[in-house]
Design a binder for this molecule. Structure first.
Ligand code: BT5
Length: 283
């Protein structure tokens, strides 16, 4: 793993962390995901930094991870709260030879990889299509995939993943307390960020290889289906500003959410075009 000493200022700043990076450095067994690792104490957004590095030619699978983000970003210009030392705030740079229209598949791969990593630590979570992981109906992780394209070709994808790992109840802003939670809050004890990180990176690599080798994401989609919090529920779909009620009935092999209206007409929703909010509370 390339370890960017320039960017590591643990000693200089005398920061105490739970050895996440040291642990990952010793235990990570991936072939290329996370082998180039840029570790930061603080950054505006790891996605912004990852895009800069991607434009400068960093390796496929390079990871940017920061102890805190001062301007973490969600979708559609929303913000992502990223308090220092309490979560995994990271971005993966990918250079797959796929069509730009397939880039959104990396969000499903990331969702499945996060879900599996949390599950391997003994915690039961669910996936809320397309980009959230929830525990007990509250959001514990969000994913933001962004891409750079030229005409019909893809330069790179940046997959941003934010996981609330050891956030204390008090560190979640009041306005988010009804929708957000952390793994620590749900299981009642601290979780190793290092262990979660290496499991996430190795799950990601394994699931991503299916896309590279076969052009499919069946293994990821099966995880998204099996742990889906939406399938079988009535949901609100905000489609071009219009709010309608539908039943979520499945997820296609391509990653679209299948919804049915009251007449039984089934249509696929593509991530990015819609915003899904449940009728009862957040989910
Ligand atoms: C997301 O957007 O869920 C994508 C979040 C991606 C964050 C990662 S962190 C590393 C990388 N670098 C970045 O700058 N971003 C990525 P969206 O579905 O739009 O959800 C955003 C909404 O989630 C906000 O409007 C809040 O309501 C809520 N939210 C904000 N911070 C949260 C947190 N820490 N935990 C749970 N919910 C949060």
């Amino acid at each position: 793993m390339a370890y960017d000493k320039e960017e590591i200022n643990l000693e200089k700043e005398n920061i105490e962390v739970d050895n996440m990076i040291e642990y990952a450095y010793k235990n990570l067994k991936t072939k290329y995901i996370g082998r180039e690792l840029v570790y930061l104490d603080s950054i505006d957004s790891t996605n912004i930094k990852a895009k800069e590095l991607a434009a400068q030619g960093c390796a496929d699978g390079a990871v940017v991870i920061s102890e805190e983000q001062t301007n973490g970003r969600g979708r559609l210009g929303r913000s992502w709260v990223s308090p220092k030392g309490q979560g995994i705030w990271m971005s993966i740079v990918l250079r797959p030879d796929i069509k730009p229209s397939d880039a959104a598949k990396t969000t499903h791969i990331a969702a499945a990889a996060v879900w599996k990593a949390i599950y391997e630590l003994g915690v039961d979570a669910q996936i809320k299509w397309p980009n959230d992981i929830v525990i007990n109906s509250k959001k514990v992780c969000g994913i933001l995939s962004e891409m750079s394209t030229e005409l019909n070709s893809l330069n790179y994808i940046v997959v941003g993943i934010g996981i609330n790992v050891n956030i204390d109840k008090d560190s979640i802003p009041e306005e988010l307390s009804s929708v957000a939670t952390s793994i620590k809050k749900e299981v009642g004890k601290e979780v190793s960020k290092g262990e979660l990180l290496i499991r996430l990176l190795s799950n990601f690599e394994e699931l991503y290889e299916e896309l590279i080798d076969y052009g499919t994401i069946i293994n990821s989609i099966n995880i998204c289906r099996d742990s889906s919090v939406l399938i079988g529920k009535r949901i609100k779909v905000i489609l071009k500003g219009q709010e309608v009620e539908r039943e979520a009935i499945g997820i296609t092999n391509e990653g679209e959410l299948l919804v049915s209206d009251d007449m039984g007409n089934v249509s696929p929703l593509i991530s990015g075009e819609v915003s899904v909010r449940g009728i009862y509370g957040y989910v």
